[in-house]
Design a protein. Structure first.
Length: 260
């Protein structure tokens, strides 16, 4: 199983070879460095360095027959994260469809990913003539209602790590850290966030949290549309529907709300 058309860049080539090692182990189950080197078409010392790097990240591990390797628990961790995200989207999809039908607006399901908001699913409503497809897009945390919901319960250190630089995307984007923290405190208290003209002028979104069995915020659901349509009265109509939807999705993820 020799790879072809491998990139010329040294760093990219190393990454390509490391991924190929994972693919080879997935096919063979176990393999020694000599075999891996032969199938990669590289010197044994090169294969050994690549395997060592993967082993440090627990992506591969030695079997009892030392010198032979198999996929490690690190791969299971990555696969588990992907499966959890797919499960979330699957459980949320019918609820988001109903929310889009009830509001007539665009509904998005989002999670945190790499210091940004990742949109994992979207359903367009009947009032939407043409809606931009946000699925797969990474959106700045501080400029979106979903982002504010997703980081509203993080402590200061984790919040700082997630936020990074507070860039202004419109005149309405909150770029002052103290003001943003005040707003996040309100989001925590109220259980929802609103962003008006903060990412794009003319776009307003209302979001609420989705919680898992431990009560942690693992996702958010937003309803968005043109700002001229999202006045205070309209937001007041939409908000209960969003909260009902996120409560149902949370229930599907085994979340049990605390007794009041």
């Amino acid at each position: 199983m020799r790879t072809t058309n491998r990139p010329a860049s040294g760093t990219v080539q190393s990454v390509d070879r490391a991924v190929t090692i994972l693919e080879l182990l997935a096919v063979h189950g176990t393999a020694g460095v000599t075999q891996l080197a032969r199938e990669l078409g590289v010197h044994k010392s090169t294969a050994s360095r690549l395997v060592a790097a993967l082993e440090r990240r627990r992506l591969v591990e030695q079997v009892e027959d030392r010198g032979h390797y198999r996929l490690g628990v690190g791969v299971l961790k990555l696969a588990g994260a992907t499966t959890a995200r797919l499960d979330l989207a699957q459980e949320a999809r019918p609820v988001c469809r109903r929310l889009a039908a009830d509001t007539g607006e665009t509904v998005n399901l989002a999670v945190l990913s790499g210091g940004a908001v990742l949109y994992v699913d979207q359903v367009s409503g009947t009032s939407t003539l043409s809606s931009y497809n946000w699925v797969g897009q990474h959106i700045p945390i501080h400029a979106s209602s979903n982002g504010k919901v997703l980081v509203s319960e993080l402590d200061g250190t984790e919040l700082t790590r997630m936020l990074g630089e507070l860039v202004a995307y419109t005149p309405s984007t909150v770029t002052d850290r103290a003001l943003l923290e005040d707003e996040l405190a309100q989001v925590r208290q109220r259980g929802f966030a609103v962003a008006t003209d903060e990412l794009d002028v003319g776009l307003t979104a209302v979001a609420a949290p989705v919680r898992d069995a431990h009560g942690d915020v693992v996702a958010s659901v937003s309803v968005s549309g043109p700002s001229f349509r999202f006045d205070e009265a309209r937001i007041a109509e939409i908000l209960p529907l969003v909260r009902t939807a996120t409560t149902e999705i949370s229930s599907r993820l085994a979340h049990v709300p605390p007794e009041r």
